[in-house]
Design a protein around this ligand. Structure first.
Ligand code: MRU
Length: 348
């Protein structure tokens, strides 16, 4: 398998390594993935996370196993196991289905190796296209609010929503970013803050429940988030806490954009009601993992509700920024999300 290098995923000499995102921002530790089971474990534990990057990690592992000589039948079983590692982000399912299809039709594994590399490289290219389509939607001096982490840790390239923010920063728009800390697992506080710092993007970290008063006082000009699955009608699932942001943005008349590659669109889901929402461990809500271990602040037996994602309905979205263009609700009605590359950008 060809060598590949990105912020949180690398392949060197046929060996896949992942940057442990649960240890950031304090420790930058690369995990060598020795088996498919390792990768499944890392996906479940969110050591690798972000819709595109879990697909990339799974594809890379299959490519490495194919290059190491695993037979097609073994790889098909591995793809099925990887496919089930997390239920909401559809990029993982799309990647595993594409690779399984190749294995079943090609009859040999060489093609799978090429395709795994192509999928990861395509994700990187998608990020660049999303940034190009999204950057014109950000005005000079905008205060941009974002949620979770959608940057180079979560993709093979510059990111989705974060790629747009980064491009706006790099073109000299003098933007400022409000980073939602993103309870319960703090992807904003730990990861987006880390990425903004590395890129020199001016940011301020806020607790999620501060967004409303910031909007009310005119301190947010635009909201941009990523997605884990976009239904055919434009409803989409993203990290829990996204839906309330969309409601707040509508109330305060602030544009609300979602940015994602087309691999995040699931034509099989007619609406958001069809998107499976992952329920996670109660301890994620009862406390937090710190550098010194798990710290609980609730009663040990506190009953917990912990959906990892919520669904934002299409009518609250100002525009969908995909690698194929930027789209409005009217475009969605004409199947813009599921159509092949239209090469247009109208979503402002
Ligand atoms: O549970 P996570 O951290 O994998 O959730 C990630 C998100 O919700 C991101 O916003 C989404 O995957 C887009 S990443 C480009």
């Amino acid at each position: 398998m060809k060598d590949f290098e990105s912020t949180s995923l690398r392949v060197r000499g046929g060996q896949l390594s992942l940057l442990d995102q649960t240890r950031l921002p304090h420790d930058e530790i690369w995990l060598e993935c020795r088996s498919v089971a390792d990768v499944i474990d890392h996906i479940r534990a969110l050591r690798v996370r972000g819709a595109p990057q879990i697909a990339n990690a799974a594809a890379a592992m299959l490519g490495c196993r194919a290059a190491a000589g695993d037979e097609a039948a073994t790889l098909v079983r591995a793809a099925a196991a990887l496919r089930d590692a997390r239920p909401t982000a559809v990029n993982l399912m799309h990647a595993m289905d594409a690779l399984t299809d190749t294995l079943q039709h090609a009859g040999h594994t060489a093609e799978l190796i090429d395709q795994a590399v192509a999928l990861i490289e395509a994700d990187r290219a998608c990020c660049d296209a999303i940034a190009a389509h999204g950057e014109p939607l950000i005005a000079p001096g905008d205060h941009v609010l974002t949620h979770c982490n959608t940057g180079s840790l979560a993709t093979a390239g510059v990111g989705t929503a974060m790629g747009v923010i980064r491009r706006a920063h790099e073109t000299g728009k003098q933007i400022r970013v409000w980073v939602d800390e993103t309870r319960p697992l703090l992807q904003g506080g730990r990861l987006t803050a880390w990425e903004c710092g590395k890129l020199g993007i001016p940011y301020r970290l806020i607790a999620d429940n501060m967004a409303g008063s910031l909007m009310a006082s005119g301190e947010v000009d635009v909201v941009i988030v990523g997605a884990d699955r976009i239904a055919a009608n434009g409803d989409f699932a993203n990290k829990v806490g996204t839906y309330p942001l969309a409601v707040l943005a509508r109330y305060h008349d602030i544009p609300f954009y979602v940015a994602a590659p087309r691999t995040t669109v699931d034509p099989a889901c007619a609406s958001g009601a069809d998107i499976p929402i992952e329920q996670r461990d109660a301890d994620e809500i009862r406390g937090a993992v710190t550098r010194d271990g798990f710290r609980r602040w609730s009663p040990a037996d506190a009953a917990v509700h912990n959906p990892a994602f919520d669904v934002t309905p299409a009518h609250l979205v100002t525009g969908w920024i995909l690698d194929s263009g930027a789209f409005r609700l009217d475009d969605i009605g004409q199947s813009a999300l599921t159509a092949p590359d239209r090469g247009t950008a109208s979503g402002g």
